[in-house]
Design a protein around this ligand. Structure first.
Ligand code: GLA
Length: 703
């Protein structure tokens, strides 16, 4: 299979990535701090963290607040900042800890003043930064500003290079409480790993020297080439950052692709747990709760917040809070989740197991509880089972398991089984309990259902049923509770006419016991293509006379093979991932017609590398043809490569395609294939404008 790990950037980060890649001349030799030991272990004392653990006494818990960048970009104004600050206060979020109001790039004027000092952009921040700080302080909030270590910021405003102490003093005199120090605008002489470390440390010291308490946040680890952990400088930079800064970015900017960006950041952060401690935090970048350009679902936003809290990352939201929805307020305002993040013990979650694509992460808390994160990186719901002991809890007769989003508390004898939705996370707070006390709570139970739809070909991620097909659907009910459950019954339901068979039942299901059923499900002839839901539901009794239930849902994808000579824009794909924005159907990213070298295509697709599209052929087609080339709207230095696969076997490779490559007429034999995969990768190995078209992409199929 081709490159499965996609690297995806938005155009907003392009400039940073390119400038970083182009000018970086960092020596490969590990920096002096390479051998720096991770922070000394914190004693599980339960008391408040000692300020001495923080190099500057700041950020004893991860900083919380707001930043303008992902919502406003370079257009942010003083009025926007004040409106968001008001919202933090009136919503009660400030009281919960969201106190830092951070200006990102572009707050400063395009040039420094005559004496070399920074000044606010006169158009967007007419009253200046000192005034703004006073306003925020009166509201009980704090002010953060942004700068870069280099000669310019990422947006080309004046950088701090050559002005570190002057800028630190300016910030202190304005009443600034937080400084984010980016990695952009490399100085003309280039940099080495030693010079970079010296620069970031210099700013750290210059801020301390002002005498004002200022949180120092920086992006040194990003300098090591896209924060790639395989880069020799990456870990040394993390180690070094943990000694000189309160927080440091561990991964590139967030992209619009939820799955790769959120789970990619988690994967990057998991090995870094030992560097986090009170005063020093691995920074996963901002929360996008409520952000209207990203528009993640509630489940996705809860997942991000769960991961950030488990990993003790700063919680700095980037959205328009002045128009926040009830959902945004509820997510950011989830006290139990915030408490996990802000736990005074200051431990970051650590990976204790990985099962079925689910990461089991445990974060010890000051009161002896453990926050357990179950993060499912897979594109299907997955069942996972762990134990209180694996999570680091001491032996106990029973445990309570608090679901921090569902707001339920259950008891378990020790095993914790859960079905985690696709590309989502669950967050539990687990505590030892005395057995009698635990029996007040309903037992922790779980249902899982997994239709046995065969994969379309060996190794395919797609399982598709056809109308008329009969599949078996096993389901299981489990009792993890210390208490037995009684009169248990497990039933399967689905669309009308699909399910045959009756519920299964058991008089009693004890600790660790299960109840299994298996149903025959027939997709009726004539069923339209689509996704259909099956639900397995268990109901049972517990305690003297309480009742409980648990359920799980699974979807069955039904598809019908194409016939005749359809263009791909007329078909639905099995799945599509695009490097930036949605796949364009009959239009390019900008809404214009698909055009390759002046030829306009009425039928076609626009993608941005790296993109992967899968189409269901059902063995019914013989040929695929398309015109290939970069869209004429791409005036950049785009370079892509097109690769096609029939049931996982490569059937086409375009080689590198740039703006000057003549239009390619591709024609491939797809006889008998179940699935056609169209992959568009980066042609020159760099993040770049790869705006690639498929002109008149057409299948030849049996009727
Ligand atoms: C970089 C940083 C972002 C943001 C922008 C501003 O990309 O990583 O967080 O500060 O610069 O230009």
């Amino acid at each position: 299979m081709p490159h499965r790990r996609r690297r995806i950037v938005s155009t907003a980060v392009l400039a940073t990535a390119l400038s970083a890649a182009a000018a970086l001349t960092v020596a490969a030799a590990p920096a002096t701090s390479a051998s720096a030991a991770p922070a000394a272990p914190v004693r599980h004392s339960g008391g408040p963290p000692a300020a001495s653990q923080s190099y500057n006494g700041q950020a004893l818990t991860p900083p919380m607040g707001w930043n303008d960048w992902y919502q406003y970009g370079c257009n942010v104004t003083q009025a926007d900042v004040l409106a968001n600050a008001q919202a933090l206060v009136s919503s009660g979020l400030a009281r919960l800890g969201y106190k830092y109001v951070n200006l990102d790039d572009c707050w400063m004027a395009p040039t420094r003043a005559a004496d070399g000092s920074l000044q606010a952009d006169p158009t967007t921040f007419p009253n200046g930064i000192a005034w703004l700080a006073t306003q925020l302080h009166h509201m009980g909030l704090k002010l953060g500003v942004y700068e870069s270590f280099g000669v310019t910021t990422c947006q080309g405003r004046p950088g701090s290079y050559g002005h570190y102490q002057q800028d630190a003093d300016t910030f202190a005199s304005w009443g600034v409480d937080f400084v984010k120090f980016d990695y952009c605008g490399l100085p003309p002489g280039g940099v080495t790993s030693a010079s970079l470390e010296a620069d970031y440390q210099q700013m750290s010291q210059d801020l301390v020297a002002t005498g004002r308490p200022i949180v120092y946040s920086q992006e040194l680890p990003i300098a090591a080439g896209d924060a790639n952990p395989s880069n020799a400088n990456y870990l040394p930079y993390i180690a070094y950052s943990s000694e000189i800064a309160n927080m440091w970015r561990v991964a590139p900017d967030l992209t619009t692709n939820f799955d790769s960006t959120i789970f990619g950041h988690l994967a990057a952060d998991l090995p870094l747990a030992s560097y986090a401690h009170p005063g020093a935090w691995n920074d996963l970048d901002m929360l996008l709760t409520g952000n209207t350009s990203y528009n993640w679902t509630v489940q996705q936003q809860e997942t991000q917040m769960s991961i950030w809290a488990e990993m003790a990352s700063p919680l700095i939201d980037s959205s328009d809070l002045s128009s926040m929805t009830a959902a945004t307020k509820e997510i950011l305002g989830n006290k139990a989740v915030v408490a996990v993040d802000q736990d005074p013990l200051g431990k970051q979650g650590q990976l204790v197991a990985a099962q079925n694509g689910v990461d089991v992460v445990a974060k010890p808390l000051a009161d002896g509880d453990v926050a357990v994160l179950l993060a499912n990186t897979a594109s299907t719901p997955e069942q996972v089972s762990t134990t209180a002991q694996a999570a680091g809890l001491p032996h106990a007769g029973a445990y309570t398991v608090q679901d921090l989003w569902a707001h339920t508390t259950r008891e378990t004898a020790g095993t914790i089984t859960a079905t985690v939705p696709a590309e989502s996370a669950l967050l539990y707070r687990v505590a030892p309990a005395r057995a009698p006390a635990a029996s007040r709570y309903a037992p922790l139970t779980n249902v899982s259902v997994s239709p046995d739809v065969p994969a379309l070909y060996t190794g395919s991620q797609f399982a598709v049923a056809q109308p008329g097909q009969t599949i078996s659907v096993p389901a299981t009910f489990l009792n993890d509770g210390r208490e037995p459950v009684t009169r248990a019954s497990l039933a399967l339901t689905g669309p009308s006419g699909w399910v045959t068979g009756t519920p299964v039942s058991a008089r009693i299901v004890g600790t660790g016991g299960e109840l299994d059923g298996n149903w025959q499900v027939t997709v009726p002839a004539g069923t339209a293509a689509g996704s259909y839901t099956l639900t397995a539901t268990a109901s049972y009794g517990w305690g003297p006379r309480r009742t409980g239930s648990a359920a799980d849902q699974a979807s069955v994808v039904v598809d019908v093979p194409p016939t005749g000579m359809p263009y791909l824009d007329q078909l639905s794909w099995l799945s599509a991932e695009n490097g930036f924005g949605p796949v364009g159907i009959d239009e390019n990213y900008y809404g214009g017609p698909l055009t390759i070298h002046g030829v306009v295509y009425a039928h076609g697709l626009w993608v941005n590398s790296v993109a992967t599209l899968y189409y269901y052929l059902g063995g019914n087609c013989t040929q695929f043809t398309a015109d290939l080339g970069l869209d004429d709207s791409d005036k950049g230095t785009g370079a892509v490569v097109y690769e096609f696969y029939a049931d996982g076997t490569q059937v086409y490779d375009s080689g590198v395609v740039t703006n000057s490559t003549p239009t390619i007429q591709a024609s491939v034999n797809v006889t008998g294939a179940q699935v056609l995969e169209l992959y568009v990768g980066e042609g020159n190995g760099t993040i770049n404008y790869g705006n690639a078209d498929f002109g008149s992409p057409q299948l030849t199929c049996n009727s």
